[in-house]
Write a protein that binds this ligand. Structure first.
Ligand code: URA
Length: 205
């Protein structure tokens, strides 16, 4: 029928991106961003990853997870046996929030209002992709998917169901691994992260 054509997920995802690009009620800081960074990947992907927000490199490239955190994420996915092109990767917040300093653009964490603003777009995006499992990377993604602040430590590494019935698998954000101060905890935490990615992969196998 005619309606089916408009509901083709790839077309609907493009329409969703365009709708967000046209919004004139964005949080005020979003005007500083170079561009919207929308999700990337095939509709129907079994695994969907949600990050926090684009960083400096993502803002310039217009693609999620291509900077330092993205490179670590790629390495971990490879070790976990997950093919990134077969997954869908997006962020809870879709513009880069930063404080302009001398020569660096300093990352600023999104607040509850920022997360709430983008949440309907994220939810629709997830609905259109229709993954079997949503892997939330860090606290912002988990908050965006559940609507409430939940601790990562107590929820990571196991499947939980979101209030709207979506299967979630919380884990840490790759940036957290980059920020760890000593080599020993970095190695340990990175191994745990890879182990969790493997567990997520097994959930959809
Ligand atoms: N961190 C995120 O949460 N998302 C990105 O796309 C890049 C860095």
């Amino acid at each position: 029928d005619l309606f089916a054509a408009t509901e083709d997920p790839a077309t609907a995802l493009r329409a969703l991106r365009e709708e967000l690009e046209r919004r004139n009620d964005l949080p005020p800081w979003a005007a500083q961003a170079t561009q919207l960074v929308f999700g990337e990947g095939p509709p129907g992907a079994p695994l969907l990853f949600v990050g926090e927000q684009p960083g400096d490199e993502e803002d310039l490239a217009g693609k999620p997870f291509v900077g330092p955190a993205g490179r670590l994420f790629d390495k971990a996915l490879l070790e976990a046996g997950v093919e990134r092109p077969q997954t869908y990767v997006t962020n809870a917040v879709k513009h880069f929030k930063f404080k302009p300093t001398g020569r660096r653009r300093l990352h600023q964490s999104p607040d509850a209002g920022d997360i709430a603003y983008y949440r309907p777009f994220l939810k629709r995006e997830v609905e259109l992709v229709g993954p079997q499992l949503v892997v939330t990377l860090g606290a912002t993604a988990l908050r965006a998917m559940t609507g409430k602040p939940l601790p990562i430590g107590k929820n990571r590494g196991a499947v939980m169901t979101s209030p709207d019935g979506i299967r979630l698998f919380p884990t840490v954000h790759p940036s957290y691994l980059l920020r760890l101060p000593d080599a020993e905890s970095k190695t340990r935490e990175y191994a745990r992260f890879v182990g969790e990615l493997k567990a997520a992969r097994r959930e959809v196998a």
